[in-house]
Design a protein around this ligand. Sequence first.
Ligand SMILES: [Zn+2]
Length: 84
Amino acid sequence: MSPACKKCGSGESVKNGIVKGKQRYRCRKCGCNFRAGDGRTNERVAAKKAMCILLYSMAKGSYQVAFSNTLNAKRQNEHDVASK
Ligand SMILES: [Zn+2]
């Protein structure tokens, strides 16, 4: 599998020669060249992906569901204590 593009994160990269002993790739989507093993921008892409997943799950309301489940569990505990 080709490494993800450092610029747009696309996996559609093709081998484009060797530079300073390292494999160079060219992104088929945005056309930028990048080398394998340059981790800095990879982290930025990973952070961007994590943020997208977070925003997506928030938009789906899973945070609210988790919060209301916690509230229901708390109410149930209070009810149990009161009935004793
Ligand atoms: Zn790209």
